[in-house]
Design a protein around this ligand. Structure first.
Ligand SMILES: [Zn+2]
Length: 280
């Protein structure tokens, strides 16, 4: 007998009436020739470098840019999320199409908010692997607040691929005596996340480090390669950045959590700070 389907509720407001949100926003399809005829998705679960579950993969005969996330309700999708898209769109158009522009403080905020909104939404596709608690999604929905443990960088790449996405989430913990406790691998207590994705010629890198150090301390990134737009460091960023990212650059971005987080954890520099709803 088929299992009864649970009613899905909006990950932002808890409302009913779900809708599908294109991760590669529908309006971008008019500006970017994404190409491709199919897509693959995969899930790996590792402790350090060792796979602890059989890797999973899914394939579909539909291009990646057609991927829809049935996570928001219609009211959120057509309301505040759409407003967020509209605010970022004029700045994103030159960024995804290989053009040039100047990102002033307002533009940096609009693009960064859009990037974090996408990352917060996408991580709800696997709720047990999410870094953000509901309270931070509430703040994003009601006041467009970016949590203070986020960092957003943007770069231009020179690759042929126009759509890709990789998210890594980890639980990093160092006990007070310097010894790491045994953390259940499937426990919903991820505290570090990186999401890297490509839209047209743009590379977006969103990092969230919910710990005693900031993303900036954890991941050293060249400003000439991928300037930081959140937290803001300068009033004006000339686009594109001086250096165009190669395949090695983008791979480093996508996998930087593997090296950097573990190095910090092993050095005892990273201490997990739980939110009230989290227990080991
Ligand atoms: Zn909603």
């Amino acid at each position: 007998m088929a299992k009864p389907q649970l009613q899905k509720l909006c990950v932002w407001c808890g409302g009913k009436g779900m809708s599908g949100e294109h991760f590669w926003s529908e309006w971008t399809h008019d500006y970017v020739d994404y190409g491709g005829t199919g897509r693959k998705r995969g899930l790996h679960t590792r402790i350090l470098d060792v796979e602890v579950h059989e890797p999973k993969s899914w394939a579909k005969n539909s291009p990646l840019n057609n991927l829809k996330l049935r996570l928001p309700c219609e009211a959120c999708n057509n309301g505040w999320m759409s407003t967020c898209e509209t605010a970022a769109k004029p700045h994103l158009i030159p960024m995804i199409t290989g053009g040039s522009c100047t990102l002033d403080a307002d533009a940096q905020r609009a693009v960064a908010t859009w990037c974090v909104m996408k990352a917060m939404l996408a991580e709800c596709d696997k709720p047990d692997l999410a870094v953000c608690p509901q309270a931070d999604r509430d703040e994003m929905r009601t006041s467009r607040t970016i949590p203070d443990y986020f960092e957003v960088r943007v770069g231009r790449h020179g690759l042929t691929s126009k759509a890709s996405y990789l998210r890594c989430a980890e639980t990093l913990y160092v006990g007070e005596d310097g010894k790491a406790p045994v953390v259940p691998i499937d426990a919903p207590i991820k505290n570090v996340m990186t999401a890297t994705w490509v839209i047209g010629t743009l590379v977006v890198a969103v990092m969230a480090v919910r710990s005693n150090i900031t993303p900036d301390q954890m991941f050293k990134v060249s400003e000439t390669l991928a300037p930081r737009i959140w937290p803001q460091t300068t009033d004006t960023i000339a686009w594109p950045p001086p250096v165009t990212m190669t395949k090695d650059h983008t791979m480093w971005f996508a996998h930087r959590l593997d090296a950097s987080a573990r190095m910090n954890a092993r050095a005892g520099k990273l201490i997990w700070t739980p939110h009230p709803h989290e227990k080991l």
